[in-house]
Design a protein around this ligand. Structure first.
Ligand code: ADQ
Length: 472
């Protein structure tokens, strides 16, 4: 296999200054990092991205942070204004920077790729921040194969068409040679947009990998559902400290079934809707009172952005309302934590909670759902899962699927999960664990790289033939 170069907006850690020459290194929480990190650690390669601080990158602390990574890390620096305009502005609203020419970051990443790649490297760009990178590289005369994976969903035409100049974005994406999406639905949506927006592109339907012909080039498209490192979660869940913490969790809430929500603070994760459904369940199913506890963990994310701050206040108010209305002298219905958990603690929650409550309004995949299954080493546990999470395509035979907007349906599903027999829980969990085990993160990488490597080899052959022709 050729050398692997992964390119993403953020690196797997963030540097932060805590005073003169004092630095902290914080591991990044998030789906992209949890999926890609173990792969690079196992295979080696290079990771190009931004280490989370504005201005010059301190050489010593950066070297300390990356020394034992097991792969090479190439930092890309952003000034304070670039960070504010590009990173915060971009996170706030995708459309806004795309159409205000804030493509600097893509240009910087393109420079870094051009600088550190060799002709037979496998270049794999990740996620929506970097949709313009291939275009920036092509403008620099870069001809080698470029591949891209979108971690978030691709919208259907009716929503996509609201972007001003939608063809600009599609044109930029079609500069890659391979585009990977999470689900079949995302591929369908993308092709639907290409058909309707790009009159000079031709979609050639295929059974597996789809093909688009554009500007004398061939672009392949496919769905590659991202997975997790199943064995590592399983082993972690089996460890003695995790077992101890998960038992302690149960001992704290004796006679209660524990329902778990774990999310980054983000409006796409459906946290207020979930809390309303839980409140509705307590109202309409009084038998649940004093018998269930919702443990809602929210990982702080993008709190500098006012919209996220207001969103947090909404969650705080709802939790206060539920606890104010229903709690008794020895029962608090919602246990709410606004912080990042360490890995053992996260695994202890997965292992110890009877029901996982994963109800995003929309999600590319949702790794929490898969991590929960991997940690259920007792093959018990119920997964309540939103139809609108990419994971629903793979886990639908075992999960209880819900529409997260339908408060009453979700409330009734909580009651159904609460009453589900052990035999049914086990049968469902076994089916889900089989899929999560087989279609794990290494399977994901292999399927993407296998397709990508074929393309890279084909493009290299074409380019050699061209060179030979010119030489004659
Ligand atoms: P995210 O939106 O970040 O990812 P998700 O897939 O759920 O969403 O991944 C969250 C990750 O953060 C999980 O791996 C989880 O272990 C970790 N995490 C969550 N809570 C934590 C906590 N309290 N402490 C520590 N770690 C925590 C994006 C897309 C998703 C897509 C992924 C991967 O939005 O749809 O599934 O990328 O492609």
């Amino acid at each position: 296999m050729n050398r692997l170069i992964v390119v993403s907006n953020r690196l797997p850690f963030a540097l932060d200054s805590t005073g003169e020459d004092l630095w902290t290194v914080t591991p990044a929480a998030g789906g992209l990092v949890s999926a890609v990190e173990p792969v690079l650690r196992e295979r080696g390669g290079t990771w190009i991205g931004w280490p989370g601080i504005a201005g010059k990158i301190p050489k010593g602390p950066f070297a300390d942070a990356t020394r034992n990574a097991g792969y090479k890390v190439v930092p890309v620096a952003l000034s304070e204004s670039e960070r504010d305009e590009f990173y915060y502005g971009y996170s706030n609203e995708v459309i806004w920077p795309l159409f205000h020419d804030l493509q600097n970051f893509c240009n910087f990443e393109a420079d870094a790729i051009a600088r550190c790649s060799e002709s037979d490297d496998f270049i794999w760009v990740h996620d929506y921040h970097l949709m313009y990178v291939a275009q920036a590289l092509r403008e620099r005369g870069f001809r080698a194969a470029l591949t891209f994976f979108l971690h978030i969903p691709f919208p259907p035409y009716d929503i996509f068409a609201k972007l001003p100049q939608p063809q600009r974005l599609l044109r930029a994406l079609l500069q890659f040679d391979l585009l990977g999406f999470q689900t079949r639905r995302d591929v369908r949506n993308f092709l639907g947009c290409v058909r309707r927006v790009m009159s000079d592109a031709r979609v050639v339907p295929r059974r597996e990998l789809q093909l688009v012909r554009f500007e004398k080039r061939e672009i392949r498209l496919g769905h590659f559902p991202i997975g997790i490192d199943f064995d590592s979660f399983g082993k972690g869940a089996m460890s003695e400290p995790v077992g101890r913490r998960s038992q302690a969790l149960h001992a704290r809430f004796r006679d209660c079934q524990l329902i778990l929500g774990v999310d980054r603070l983000d409006y796409s994760k459906g946290i207020p809707e979930r809390l309303r459904a839980f409140r509705n369940a307590l109202e309409r199913h009084p038998e649940l009172r004093s018998r269930v506890v919702l443990i809602q963990i929210v990982v702080p994310s993008r709190v500098e952005i006012p919209r996220y701050h207001e969103f947090k206040q909404r969650i705080d108010r709802l939790v206060g309302d539920i606890n104010g209305r229903f709690s008794t002298s020895n029962w608090l219905p919602v246990q709410y934590h606004f912080r990042c958990l360490d890995r053992d603690d996260l695994l202890a929650h997965y292992r110890g909670c009877d029901i996982a409550f994963v109800t995003p309004l929309k999600d590319g995949m949702n790794l929490v759902a898969k991590e929960y299954c991997a940690c259920r080493i007792d093959e018990n546990g119920v997964l309540i899962l939103s139809h609108f999470a990419g994971a629903a395509e793979q886990l639908k035979t075992g999960a209880l699927l819900v529409n997260p907007y339908d408060v009453e349906e979700v409330a009734d599903t909580i009651s159904k999960a609460f009453r589900m027999s052990d035999a049914e829980r086990t049968a469902r969990m076994r089916r889900m664990r089989r899929v999560v085990r087989e279609e794990n993160v290494f399977w994901w990488v292999d399927s993407f790289l296998r397709v990508g490597a074929k393309l890279t080899a084909r493009l290299a052959r074409v380019s050699k033939r061209r060179q030979a022709k010119f030489a004659r």
